[in-house]
Design a protein around this ligand. Sequence first.
Ligand SMILES: C[S@@+](CC[C@H](N)C(=O)[O-])C[C@H]1O[C@@H](n2cnc3c(N)ncnc32)[C@H](O)[C@@H]1O
Length: 215
Amino acid sequence: MISPDLYKNSQTYDFFIKLLGYQAGIDRYLRTMTLETAPRRVLDAGCGTGLLGLHFLQRFPQTRLLATDLEPNFLQATLANADSRKIDRKRIEVGIANISAPRKITSLDGQLSTLDEGTFDLICVGAVVGYADDTKQSLRELVSLLAPGGTLINIEMNESLTGRFVSHRYHYHNIPLAQMQQLLTEAGCEMKAMKLSLKHLPAKLTRTAIVARKK
Ligand SMILES: C[S@@+](CC[C@H](N)C(=O)[O-])C[C@H]1O[C@@H](n2cnc3c(N)ncnc32)[C@H](O)[C@@H]1O
């Protein structure tokens, strides 16, 4: 069970991922990723401070983003980071969603909605699927939200000693790569895993990159 205090302070979280160069390392990795076409709609589920989704907004000027998280203060942090990156807020929607049921969204003013299947060309997640009550169901729902040919990028906690230590510290259920491969294949995707390199330190110490394409 995740501690309710763990993700209450988005400012401290944001400060440290920037100070330690974590955000920059992930950004450097994402820049190496080529996408066949610019995505029209991106979902960043469990967005934290928005580093994954905002990367794609900055890179592709026509792209729109839905950023979701269980904690509203992280949604506010994502919007503040969009401002710092000079990204027009009109290109971003935010909503509260549990990664256990990523299609069900509650807006910040309490409106409920359900996302349609096939809505997104690109879905990014990072260190969040391990918080789902049922990992398989969460991944299945995420893949259902992808349009055919769409891409899921998961900057997942890795199985190294440091990856497992940080997962333990954050009460995160570490997902073995082989299990992730099986779950994504069953959900109808082709998956590749890539180790981050020294250029992506310190993110390399705890994360691995999983890229899945929906057939
Ligand atoms: C380790 S941070 C990852 C942030 C970002 N995705 C990244 O890759 O750096 C985990 C985020 O997941 C959110 N979170 C925790 N449990 C969640 C849940 N059950 N559903 C959705 N988000 C959750 C936290 O509020 C936090 O913003």
